[in-house]
Ligand binder design. Structure first.
Ligand SMILES: C[S@@+](CC[C@H](N)C(=O)[O-])C[C@H]1O[C@@H](n2cnc3c(N)ncnc32)[C@H](O)[C@@H]1O
Length: 356
C-alpha cells in the first residue's frame, strides 16, 4: 500500500508523541541504551544540572551532551527539547544576555519545561526568564516563529532520527542559523541502511533506533543542504540488550554521534592546505588548557597548530572566532591538506574525558 507523505508523517508524529508523552514515565522505562548518555559531562554542565528540578531530569531522553561551552550571550535553539534539560543547562551557560528557545511537539514533555522555567531563572537571579518554549514541529521552524539567520547555535539531543523528513529539518536549521553559526547535536546513526521491517517497527522507532540514518547517507544529506564539512566530536556504540529486539535489528550496529555542522560560505568537501595556523587563546571558561574542535583536533592553549582551510574557518570565522587567532589567509594554495598528520598529533592528547 502506498501511503502519502502527510499520512506517514502523521502516523510517525502520533507514535512518537504517544511514546514520549504516555508510554515512557522516566528514563528507566527505556528498552535500549539509545536515549541514554554514559559520558560524564563537563564540570560547568554538571553544576547547571545540579540546579534543575528532578522532574525534568527524570524525563531526560538524550543520547549525548550537545551543549558547547563559551556560549555566554548567544542565542540558542533546541530542537525536540523534551522536558527541557538541555535548555535549562544552556540558560545557565548563556547567562541573562543570551536566549534559549526550545521546540517540541509533545505536550506532556514541553509543558514541564514551561512550568519550571520561571523559577529556575529566578534562582539564577536573572531579571528576566531567558527561556522560551514553543509547541511545534522541528520540520517547520518558521511556523514556530524562528526567523531566518537569527540563531547562533542550534542544539538537539536524540531527536532528528525521529523526524519523518530529516532533509527538511536540516534545511530549516541551515536557514535559521546566522553565518558562522553551528548545528551542534547528538543523534543515533547506523552502519547500514535499515530494511523496511526495522524501519516500520513502532517500539524501535520510539527508542530512536528505526529512524537512524546510515552514517554515509547523513553525510550526503549534509552536503546537499550546505553543511559541507560535518565533523564528528564523539561517538559511542548503542546496545540493544532485549533479545527479541536484537533479533529484529540483526547485525546492524548503532551509534550515538555528536556532530558539529558549521554554516560557513567557504567550506570545501576535502581539506585543503593554505599554510594556515590556528592558536587557541585559552579563554573559554572551563577550557583553560585546551579546546576540542572534533575527534581529531585538540588545540592546546597558545600552541600553534597547522590547520586546513576548513578548520581555520571553523575556529576563525564562526562564533568561536573570539577564542582563536588565525595566522595566514587563503591567498596561496599548497595542495591537499594532510589530515593524517593532524590525527596523529591530536590523538596523543585526545582524552575521552569531558574536555571542551
Ligand atoms: C528522545 S526524546 C529527547 C528529548 C530531549 N532532547 C532530551 O534530551 O530529553 C525526543 C523528543 O523529540 C520530540 N520530537 C520528535 N520528533 C519531533 C518533531 N518532528 N517535532 C518536534 N518534536 C519532536 C519528542 O516529542 C520528544 O520529546
Amino acid at each position: 500500500m502506498v501511503c502519502t507523505q502527510t499520512k506517514c508523517s502523521d502516523d510517525i508524529y502520533e507514535n512518537v508523541q504517544n511514546y514520549y508523552g504516555k508510554v515512557l514515565q522516566n528514563t528507566k522505562d527505556l528498552k535500549t541504551s539509545a536515549c541514554c548518555t554514559d559520558d560524564k559531562p563537563h564540570k560547568l554542565i554538571r553544576e547547571a544540572i545540579s540546579k534543575i528540578p528532578q522532574i525534568i531530569l527524570s524525563k531526560f531522553y538524550g543520547c549525548g551532551n550537545p551543549i558547547p561551552l563559551g556560549i555566554k550571550g548567544l542565542d540558542i535553539l533546541d530542537l525536540g527539547c523534551g522536558s527541557g534539560r538541555d535548555c535549562y543547562i544552556a540558560s545557565k551557560l548563556v547567562g541573562p544576555e543570551g536566549t534559549v528557545t526550545g521546540i517540541d511537539m509533545t505536550s506532556e514533555q514541553i509543558d514541564l519545561a514551561i512550568q519550571n522555567a520561571e523559577s529556575f531563572t529566578k534562582e539564577l537571579k536573572y531579571a528576566n526568564n531567558n527561556m522560551k518554549f514553543v509547541k511545534g514541529h522541528i520540520e517547520y521552524l518558521e511556523k514556530a516563529g524562528i526567523k531566518e539567520e537569527s540563531v547562533d547555535i542550534v542544539i538537539s539531543n536524540c531527536v532528528v532520527n525521529l523526524s519523518p523528513d530529516k532533509e527538511k529539518v536540516l534545511q530549516g536549521v541551515f536557514k535559521s542559523l546566522k553565518r558562522g553559526g553551528e548545528f551542534y547535536f547528538s543523534d543515533i546513526y547506523c552502519d547500514r541502511r535499515l530494511p523496511e521491517n526495522v524501519r516500520q517497527h513502532k517500539l524501535l522507532f520510539g527508542e530512536c533506533i528505526s529512524g537512524a540514518l546510515y552514517k554515509n547517507d547523513f553525510i550526503r544529506l549534509c552536503h546537499k543542504v550546505g553543511f559541507t564539512d560535518p565533523r564528528v566530536l564523539s561517538e559511542r556504540e548503542v546496545t540493544i540488550e532485549d533479545e527479541d529486539l536484537k533479533n529484529i535489528t540483526g547485525e546492524a550496529r548503532f551509534y550515538s554521534i555528536t556532530y558539529r555542522l558549521f554554516k560557513l560560505d567557504n567550506l570545501e568537501t576535502l581539506c585543503e592546505d593554505y599554510g594556515q595556523v590556528a592558536i587557541y587563546k585559552g579563554n573559554i571558561e572551563g577550557c583553560e588548557s585546551s579546546y576540542r574542535l572534533d575527534d581529531h583536533h585538540v588545540f592546546e592553549t597558545n600552541r600553534p597548530v597547522l590547520v586546513c582551510g576548513n578548520s581555520s574557518s571553523m575556529v576563525g570565522e564562526s562564533w568561536l572566532s573570539p577564542y582563536f587567532t588565525i595566522i595566514g589567509s587563503r591567498q596561496v594554495h599548497y595542495g591537499q591538506f594532510d589530515c593524517s598528520n593532524v590525527e596523529t598529533q591530536s590523538s596523543q592528547s585526545n582524552t575521552k574525558s569531558s574536555c571542551c
